[in-house]
Design a binder for this molecule. Structure first.
Ligand code: HEC
Length: 187
């Protein structure tokens, strides 16, 4: 018993010493080991699924909802997640972990999995993800707008740049009462 306690204390001391010495490299240019990456991904996937599972998605069939999502996506998300056919921005290239490029995703056809993905997108957009560059948009957007963004992000899978331009260049019919102040960037 004494030996086990001594070993644990020694391990703890070594851990504290290692952290304090600054040996761990926090640089975004220094990639995780594959095993660390797998563990982080496992934590992320399970954490999101556990929290998104109980959400109730509202009906999102109305085409105006997609336009609301498109407008917000175009104003706030493209620097990191890009638009169809856009080359990675300087910001996106430097991110670690990298932001997923939604238009390159293959759309899910199974209805149940599709609903799960929608709810997970909603949860991430609302709450953000710790220790990544993904912000929590729930601080200043209501759930209705976030569902619209989640629906649009899901529709981005396989979208062409023409379809994207069409959805994002529609004149704003309803004023959301706030300006995002970003310029639009279509190449
Ligand atoms: C500053 C960069 C940045 C901005 C701006 C940003 N994101 Fe993200 N986003 C990320 C990163 C990085 C990840 C991946 C995090 C990870 O791998 O754990 C991410 C992840 C996500 C995910 C989860 C994807 C998945 O596969 O589960 C969704 C959904 C998402 N973002 C939507 C959005 C939307 C919608 C906006 C705009 C309202 C937005 N993001 C703005 C960086 C950003």
């Amino acid at each position: 018993m004494k030996i086990i306690i001594s070993l644990l204390l020694a391990a703890l001391f070594l851990g504290v010493f290692a952290i304090h010495s600054g040996v761990y490299n926090m640089a975004a240019t220094e990639k995780h080991w594959t095993i660390t990456e797998k563990i982080i991904e496992w934590v992320r996937v399970r954490s999101i699924a556990a929290r998104a599972g109980d959400l109730e998605a509202p009906p999102l069939d109305d085409s105006s909802i997609l336009l609301t999502g498109a407008e917000h996506y175009d104003a706030m998300c493209t620097d990191c997640h890009l638009t169809p056919d856009q080359e990675p921005t300087e910001l996106a290239s430097g991110l670690y972990p990298q932001a997923p490029v939604f238009y390159q995703r293959i759309p899910i056809t199974d209805e149940e999995n599709k609903l799960d993905q929608l709810k997970e997108y909603f949860w991430v957009i609302k709450n953000g993800l710790k220790m990544t560059a993904m912000p929590a948009w729930g601080f200043n957007h209501d759930d209705e707008t976030i569902w619209a963004m989640a629906a649009f992000v899901q529709k981005l899978g396989g979208m062409t740049s023409e379809q994207y331009t069409e959805l994002t260049s529609v004149e704003e019919s309803n004023d959301h009462g706030h300006e995002h102040g970003h310029s639009r960037h279509h190449d």
